[in-house]
Write a protein that binds this ligand. Structure first.
Ligand SMILES: Cc1cc2nc3c(=O)[nH]c(=O)nc-3n(C[C@H](O)[C@H](O)[C@H](O)COP(=O)(O)O)c2cc1C
Ligand code: SF4
Length: 702
């Protein structure tokens, strides 16, 4: 059983977790860390992070150089270091490497090398640092859980033109990582932290550092451990400096430069109150207050702590950031500092009379009347199938500036209309649809990121409703407190990306350690809401990840949450480096018949449990099928469409109401299960725009 399995097999997630490591003892620091050259092997592991791509390239060639050096050693093969492993910090699960070293063959001993650029904007590096810090402070984990590593060393890349000195932030994150690694490893620093200026000497400095690291490895291979008295080594002498760094209460009194200290002291806004305090402050006046000014009140605890004090948060996606550039390139319009809007391909298709997405077949939403947006481009997962191409900021809690909801609302509408207008000249766009599209009727808060992360989501949704724009909100089931505080939306979704803890961990790669408890709490909240609003489970099927043998597990989840609907969709392959880094290929995209088989099996399981569900509708073109609760079957006919005007009447009446109060027309015949889901009034074309005989039409005619 590997570490991950052990962790997952713990009887209760809340039970204290004990991670095998060892407290630093005199023996540890004096012994050459238990490396027996005749028995053990060194496994170098190179970790890197890269936004712009340069560190990634350097890491690959660094690995090759290190391997070549290992092979050139004049010793027999059994004594040579193993081929270096290379891992991108954006895609690994930190728990697999940074709580204990990977558990493999007991004879293999790991040596960590970390290559990092520096970013003064929010990136995965902040999460990585947060993880190291949390692990260090976690009372359930021994002080030096990584002490069985043979050694580690860190190299930082920075830009001295803009950040000339360490005080001003040059390579600041490498220094911080080095500091936390020293603590987690029980001071196994094999070579001092290296730093290179990407505009001048970085390659030279990196080479020097590599030679130093190689010497350290050679000494280990010769059974001499990390050496004695070498400045910066893991020797006990050096630890004096390290000990002074850290007081018993975990606070840091280091001699690290001022700017880095500031960065380090950025609070972990885990606390909901902190989150909201920050929100209010930032929304109220977008000025950047000094580091220790007012914190804002959490939107869920609005009236508390109004006068508390907050640090100044950063922008989530600054205009100068590579994230901004990447998202804009992907077609997003970034609004303010953390929101986005994008036209989906179905909008274009609907404007040309070539069909709407599955939301039209299932719920009556015409794609050209629908705006897809998110008020939070950040999210707390790193799903393998995410469209975000690995560039978005991630975080377990909101720690950025908060833009006021009215500014976002205005901005996203402007962005949406601008993109629609750009389609005016596209061949085939129908004039009447173009005119209709200039009045948004629906809003899907689902684009990317996590909409309920945004502290003013309720105000934002009210603004939509005030203009009679319906709201579909999809959340990732990781923020139960925010979900509980969410007011009425037209249709509330949670993404159900797996049926069990192990599978969810692999596919969503959540940042929260208590992800499963958060997930199940969200299901319970949905269960409570089911008579107040339309609730939906959204399943995204990824072959090889979350389909096989999981039908019963999904049925358990449906039994727990009793959603009004279950939407099942085959994953869409986005062919990015993100997806391939996560091990996703076209092979993971299920065929439609495989999705059908899964849905049929799930329906059978739900019926065997008498839960009152049936397959209602399909949209073969999007590889999407709808299971509905019998509550939406009236006189033997499925009624999955929504009565939007009824919804607004109910909302404006101020009285309590539920999903049954805004049921629309019966589901159209062509959308029912077995009929394909393509509106026969639309024209079906293939990818090249050539007319296609609609299978559905043929079926309907038959
Ligand atoms: C938005 C941005 C912020 C940066 N912040 C810092 C910084 O605070 N300190 C520093 O030394 N270098 C900073 N740099 C320079 C990068 O660390 C450097 O360009 C690095 O090579 C980028 O590596 P990558 O291409 O692998 O992402 C910054 C660069 C950018 C684009
Ligand atoms: S929850 Fe959504 S936005 Fe977040 S990583 Fe997963 S797919 Fe991407």
């Amino acid at each position: 059983m590997n570490f991950e399995e052990k962790l997952l097999s713990l009887p209760q997630a809340r039970a204290p977790r004990r991670i095998a490591g060892s407290k630093i003892s005199k023996d540890d620091t004096e012994s050459p860390q238990g490396f027996d050259p005749s028995h053990h092997k060194i496994q170098p592991v190179i970790f890197y992070f890269s936004l712009g791509g340069s560190t990634q390239k350097v890491a690959q060639s660094f690995a090759e150089d290190l391997e070549e050096w290992g092979q050139s050693l004049e010793s027999d093969d059994a004594l040579k270091p193993l081929k270096p492993q290379v891992h991108d910090l954006s895609y690994i699960d930190y728990d697999d490497f940074f709580i204990t070293p990977p558990k493999s063959d007991a004879r293999i001993k790991h040596f960590y090398l970390v290559l990092l650029p520096t970013y003064n904007i929010d990136t995965v590096l902040d999460n990585f640092l947060e993880h190291l810090q949390e692990t260090h402070h976690d009372f359930r984990i021994d002080t030096a859980p990584l002490s069985s590593l043979l050694g580690y060393s860190v190299f930082g890349f920075g830009d001295q033109e803009d950040w000339p000195t360490e005080e001003e932030g040059f390579c600041s994150q490498a220094t911080e990582v080095d500091k936390w690694m020293a603590r987690l490893t029980g001071r196994k620093r094999a070579f001092p932290v290296g730093m290179g200026d990407v505009k001048s000497d970085s390659m030279e400095r990196l080479k020097e550092w590599r030679l130093g690291v190689q010497d350290a490895m050679k000494e280990i291979l010769e059974g001499r451990g990390l050496g004695e008295g070498v400045p910066g080594s893991g020797d006990a002498v050096e630890s004096d400096e390290g000990s002074a760094d850290e007081s018993d209460d975990g606070s840091d009194e280091t001699n690290i430069p001022k700017m880095r200290r500031k960065r380090k002291q950025k609070p972990l806004v885990d606390d909901l109150e902190d989150l909201g305090r920050m929100a209010r402050q930032s929304a109220a006046n977008k000025k950047t207050p000094p580091e220790s000014s007012v914190l804002a009140v959490d939107f869920t605890t609005h009236n508390k702590s109004r006068n508390a004090v907050a640090p100044s948060p950063k922008e989530m996606v600054p205009k100068t950031s590579p994230t901004y550039a990447a998202l804009t390139k992907q077609g997003y319009t970034i609004v303010g500092s953390h929101s986005g809007v994008k036209i989906c391909r179905w909008t274009k298709s609907a404007l040309r009379g070539r069909g709407s997405c599955y939301k039209f077949s299932f719920y009556g939403i015409k794609s050209h009347l629908c705006m897809e947006t998110t008020p939070s481009l950040s999210c707390s997962n790193k799903c393998v199938f995410c469209w975000r191409h690995g560039t978005n900021p991630v975080g377990t809690s909101w720690r950025w500036q908060v833009d006021p909801p009215d500014e976002i609302f205005r901005g996203v509408k402007e962005g949406h209309y601008k993109k629609i207008k750009m389609l005016k000249g596209v061949p085939g766009v129908r004039a009447e649809r173009f005119a209709e599209a200039m009045r948004i009727r629906h809003c899907a808060l689902s684009l990317v990121g996590e909409p309920i992360f945004y502290p003013h989501i309720n105000e934002f949704v009210s603004m939509l409703h005030n203009e009679h724009i319906s709201s579909f909100l999809v959340c990732n089931a990781q923020h139960p407190d925010q979900l509980a505080a969410l007011k009425h939306v037209t249709q509330l979704y949670v993404s159900i990306d797996a049926s069990n803890k192990d599978s969810l961990r692999k596919i969503d790669r959540p940042l929260h350690r208590d992800f499963w408890e958060r997930f199940t709490r969200c299901l319970d909240i949905l269960r409570d809401r089911r008579f107040m609003q339309r609730t939906v489970f959204r399943l995204t099927l990824v072959k090889g990840f979350n389909i096989d043998d999981e039908v019963k597990g999904y049925a358990d989840l449906v039994e727990r949450g009793l959603p009004c609907f279950v939407e099942i969709k085959g994953v869409t392959y986005c062919g990015t480096s993100t997806s391939s880094a996560a091990g996703l290929t076209m092979q993971n995209v299920p065929f439609y018949h495989e999705v059908c088989d899964f849905v049929t099996a799930l329906e059978a399981e739900l019926q065997a449990r008498n839960l009152g569900y049936g397959i209602a509708a399909e949209h073969a073109h999007s590889c999407c099928i709808l299971i509905a609760s019998d509550r939406f079957k009236i006189d033997g006919k499925w009624h999955t469409l929504i009565g939007y005007e009824k919804f607004f009447e109910c909302l404006e009446s101020g009285k309590e109401f539920g999903p049954e109060d805004y049921i629309g027309e019966p589901t159209p015949e062509w959308a029912l299960w077995g009929n394909g889901g393509f509106d026969p009034r639309d024209e079906r074309v293939d990818r090249k725009g050539r007319k296609k005989e609609a299978v559905q039409n043929a079926q309907i005619a038959a």
